[in-house]
Write a protein that binds this ligand. Structure first.
Ligand code: SF4
Length: 95
């Protein structure tokens, strides 16, 4: 009887833990989607993916270098992937 109760308790604990992790994942995904949706479109800021010369995106304070293991850079203010050698009218030189 005690063994059955322990099994039931373990199973309940596992299900509660799994539900909590799923909830965290959904909240994180929603937050990331909201953050991306709040960004401006490339067209609205006249983004140019292949500006020749300087300054360019990787000289900008809004630039976010690719995370470890990722290929694409992003921007704090402009939606989508950003070319480190692109440019837009929101350019703000790094301090
Ligand atoms: S704000 Fe514009 S120039 Fe600066 S990183 Fe973003 S896209 Fe590039």
């Amino acid at each position: 009887m005690e063994k059955a109760e322990n099994h039931l308790h373990s199973r309940r604990h596992f299900l509660q833990h799994t539900a909590s992790l799923a909830g965290i994942a959904i909240v994180s995904l929603t937050f990331m989607q909201d953050a991306e949706a709040a960004k401006l479109s490339k067209a609205s800021v006249h983004y140019q993916p292949h500006l020749k010369g300087k300054p360019d995106c990787d000289d900008c304070a809004q630039y976010l270098a690719p995370a470890a293991g990722k290929r694409n850079a992003t921007c704090k203010r402009v939606a989508g992937d950003i070319n480190p050698h692109g440019w837009c009218e929101l350019f703000e030189a790094k301090a």
